[in-house]
Ligand binder design. Structure first.
Ligand SMILES: [Zn+2]
Ligand SMILES: [Zn+2]
Length: 96
């Protein structure tokens, strides 16, 4: 099962939080935080508090070390809280 390709040296746990949504029995909507790291938030009858939990979750993530921030987050599929080895490698090249 682990005989595939070796994992990258970057943090193996990805955080891609989003707000999940489903109707409640009463017909109102229920919102909650779901993150790919396994974190789930409380259920709310409004989107606002769920978004606040999402933002708090992001705030708890470690800062990206200096020089590893992604400068092309769309092409590299990185979020603000994810270090980018591609950009870090390019910086190293520039330093030569
Ligand atoms: Zn997470
Ligand atoms: Zn990048």
């Amino acid at each position: 099962m682990t005989a595939g390709q070796a994992p990258q040296t970057a943090a193996p746990v990805r955080h891609r939080p989003r707000i999940a949504r489903r109707p409640s029995i009463t017909g109102s909507r229920i919102y909650w935080l779901v993150c790919t790291c396994g974190t789930t938030g409380r259920e709310w009858f409004a989107r606002g508090p769920a978004v606040e939990e999402l933002e708090r979750h992001i705030a708890t993530l470690p800062r990206v070390p200096a020089g590893q921030e992604c400068r092309d987050s769309k092409s590299h599929d990185r979020r603000d809280w994810e270090p980018c080895s591609l950009c870090a490698g390019q910086l190293a090249l520039f330093d030569l």
